[in-house]
Design a protein around this ligand. Structure first.
Ligand SMILES: Cc1cc2nc3c(=O)[nH]c(=O)nc-3n(C[C@H](O)[C@H](O)[C@H](O)COP(=O)(O)OP(=O)(O)OC[C@H]3O[C@@H](n4cnc5c(N)ncnc54)[C@H](O)[C@@H]3O)c2cc1C
Length: 503
């Protein structure tokens, strides 16, 4: 009996998206599939993308990657959240991963806290978030809490060198049968009536045929955009930052377990501590700030000496009209872009890969799978978009860029969410929203949007009981954090690369 020909998947592009996809396909698909990855050293990758969210642990774990080995190979540090500085006049706040406080039966913690605020017995929200207390103290641990069972585990993510991560995944994927083809894609051959892609033509007269093509060619969008002609939905009216400059600086002396995002007159600036260097960048709206001014502002804001000249990047916030067209599925920057304010791009690659694996077309009918994929991808990005818009819209800064942000009408769903919070202290994330109610809470409160009400159940305990409860959580957090190792010590024990880590 003749065996069926293998199903040929071609990954176009070898940045973070391409190698994450190739590694996952190599790990999960059986012998009925072949995976070929095409990349061009001459074109290179976008070369940024250093901060992640906790879900990446699942990706690495599903590939069977040892976490400490990954941390060492990518010069990574641990990340407990993001500190936002200067987004409102009142200073700084943290969006920490994980829980804030502890729910009381049916009652979400935020209602107890809001009642406590109304009674004058609650401290700042941040005091009740274990991740926040640990992050600002520069400490880190993983696994269950040591001092009190009522404390949650601390979810964490990583800061890493994206180039080293791609190299790490390349070794993994090639060891599992992925074939890499070096060379520039010069043409994309489409076939017959349905216009499906048949093959990629590479320089040197090479032709790579396939059944399914993953477009991981970054902002070039060589397949989904150029060949398939899929349009791009422009979201710049809400997210007008369209440029960035990235620059590495020397290793951070403080080596904190969190990303810092500092607002400036026309955007914001990131600081990401790695073991061997610090990643920095400025994100700005070119309508409000020139490239020279942005470079000067970036360099003036560095805490450590720069190690290179700033590297420019241009982008447009938005997404592809559809991410799956014909037999092409776009992943990573080819599928759209949201600025790195909440470090979501690499996560979007991960969740797209999960969807590809779940809905893998194989030889089954395509249309329903494709439609579902496109609906899910659009919904996921729109929810993240709204979360980012909230950071910009809820500001009290004076510069024209920020005034404009306040005055731009919000997308409907977001306006409703904010109104509900203001009125009742309720937060209802949409289905498929990457960000939990607790994440929304921290940004709403951090950006200075007050809630007028809280759930009536929170009125039942006497004031003293509320005070005691809040006090207990803050004390437990402080006690737990006091026994944690410092972040540098933790990295020394769990994934130190050769570099000496700042003490
Ligand atoms: C300023 C900025 C900061 C960011 N910060 C973060 C962050 O902190 N966290 C986060 O999660 N994400 C971040 N991102 C996003 C992150 O960088 C990307 O999501 C990630 O790197 C994936 O990129 P990619 O693989 O899609 O594209 P790329 O890295 O651009 O890779 C594209 C690949 O396609 C290949 N290619 C292109 N055209 C051709 C061709 N014609 N022939 C052959 N090969 C071709 C290239 O050689 C390359 O291998 C940031 C992005 C920007 C712009």
């Amino acid at each position: 009996m003749a065996t069926a020909a293998p199903y040929r998947i071609v990954v176009a592009g070898g940045g973070t998206a391409g190698w994450m996809a190739a590694a996952a396909l190599a790990r999960f698909l059986g012998p009925g599939f072949t995976v070929t990855l095409v990349e061009s050293d001459a074109i290179g990758t976008v070369g940024v993308g250093e901060a992640t969210i906790p879900q990446i642990q699942m990706f690495n774990a599903s590939l069977g990657i040892d976490e400490d080995a990954f941390v060492a190979a990518t010069q990574a540090s641990y990340k407990l959240g993001i500190e936002f500085v200067g987004w409102t006049k009142s200073g700084r706040y943290t969006h920490a991963f994980g829980d804030v406080g502890r729910d009381n039966g049916l009652l979400a913690f935020r209602h107890t806290w809001l009642r406590g605020r109304a009674e004058g017995v609650a401290g700042p929200l941040a005091a009740y978030a274990l991740n926040n207390v640990a992050a600002l103290a520069g400490r880190m641990q993983r696994g269950p809490a040591r001092t009190a069972r009522m404390l949650p585990e601390m979810p964490y993510a990583f800061h890493f060198d994206a180039g080293l991560y791609a190299r790490f995944l390349r070794r993994y994927a090639e060891a599992r049968g992925v074939v890499r083809q070096e060379g520039r894609i010069e043409a994309v051959a489409r076939a017959g009536e349905d216009g499906h892609v048949e093959a990629l033509h590479l320089e040197g007269d090479r032709r790579i045929e396939g059944d399914l093509f993953l477009d991981c060619t970054g902002f070039h969008a060589r397949l989904i955009g150029e060949a398939m002609g899929v349009g791009y939905q422009d979201w710049s009216r809400w997210l007008p930052c369209d440029r960035a400059l990235a620059v590495p600086s020397a290793r951070a002396r403080d080596f904190p377990p969190y990303t810092r995002a500092t607002a400036h007159g026309a955007g914001w600036q990131w600081r990401i501590p790695l073991q061997h260097r610090t990643g920095n960048g400025i994100v700005y709206a070119s309508r409000h700030l020139s490239d020279d001014e942005a470079a000067a502002r970036l360099l003036a804001g560095l805490d450590e000496p720069a190690l290179a000249d700033p590297r420019p990047l241009r982008f447009l916030a938005g997404r592809r009209e559809v991410c799956w067209a014909g037999n092409v599925i776009a992943l990573g920057l080819a599928s759209g872009f949201l600025e790195p304010l909440e470090s979501t791009s690499i996560h979007l690659i991960q969740s797209a890969i999960e969807r590809v694996l779940q809905l893998l077309p194989g030889r089954r009918p395509l249309a329903p799978l494709r439609d579902r994929y496109n609906r899910q991808a659009a919904h996921e990005m729109e929810r993240i978009r709204d979360f980012l818009i909230l950071h910009y819209w809820a500001n009290d800064r004076d510069e024209p860029f920020w005034r404009e942000r306040r005055e731009t009408p919000l997308p409907d769903g977001l306006a409703e969410k904010i109104a509900l919070w203001r009125e009742s202290g309720d937060i209802l994330p949409d289905e498929g929203d990457l960000f939990s109610a607790v994440a929304w809470l921290q940004v709403l409160v951090g950006q200075g949007i007050a809630a007028r009400g809280h759930h009536p159940l929170a009125d039942q305990p006497p004031r003293e009981q509320i005070a005691e409860y809040l006090d207990l959580i803050a004390k437990l957090n402080a006690r737990e954090v006091a026994q944690m190792p410092s972040h540098p010590d933790f990295v020394r024990a769990h994934g130190a690369a050769d570099t000496e880590i700042a003490a």
